[in-house]
Design a protein. Structure first.
Length: 169
């Protein structure tokens, strides 16, 4: 099962809330949750990924300086996070893969994209957020497997529970 929400304001908070719910329910999951932190110098927010199941927080943004219009993503840091998530999948324990984004790197075949395919092949449910600018690439990748879900942590939790066939207490 491959679910996605539209990546807009509040998506990161929604996925973080879902991660807490999965953890509280004892559902084994892996992945990365994004948290943006405002900067005091007026530059765009710093973007950090918390790698689930580890104490690692990886800064995936880079400061390009005032007036810069380039992509701020640090692709090497994203690949480092993807490697840590892959190690969690190697344990065979996760039943859900929760990823912060299907973005530019994934649209180009890098980042978390290989892990999405691997997880699906291993029967692990995958949930991510997709920005409007990458929707076409996501649909080309996912085909008819992707299911658009509401950005509501309670409903996403129900979807995950159904995906892993866990019955409510």
């Amino acid at each position: 099962m491959l679910g996605y929400i539209i990546a807009e304001a509040g998506a990161d908070r929604c996925l973080a809330d879902l991660a807490r719910r999965l953890d509280d329910a004892g559902i084994a999951f892996a992945g990365a949750i994004q948290r943006n932190t405002a900067r005091s110098d007026g530059q765009p927010d710093d973007m950090d990924l918390r790698v689930i199941g580890t104490d690692r927080v990886i800064r995936i943004s880079q400061s390009l300086g005032p007036g810069s219009a380039g992509c701020r993503l640090n692709a090497a840091s994203l690949e480092e996070a993807a490697g840590l998530v892959a190690a969690a999948l190697d344990t065979g324990a996760p039943r859900v893969l929760l990823l912060n984004r299907f973005g530019r790197q994934e649209a180009e075949g890098r980042g978390f994209r290989p892990l999405i395919g691997r997880a699906l092949g291993e029967g692990v449910a995958v949930l991510t957020a997709v920005g409007a600018e990458y929707a076409e690439a996501f649909h080309a990748f996912a085909g008819d497997m992707g299911e658009c879900l509401p950005a509501d942590a309670a409903r996403l939790f129900d979807w995950c529970r159904e995906a892993v066939a866990v019955t409510p207490d």
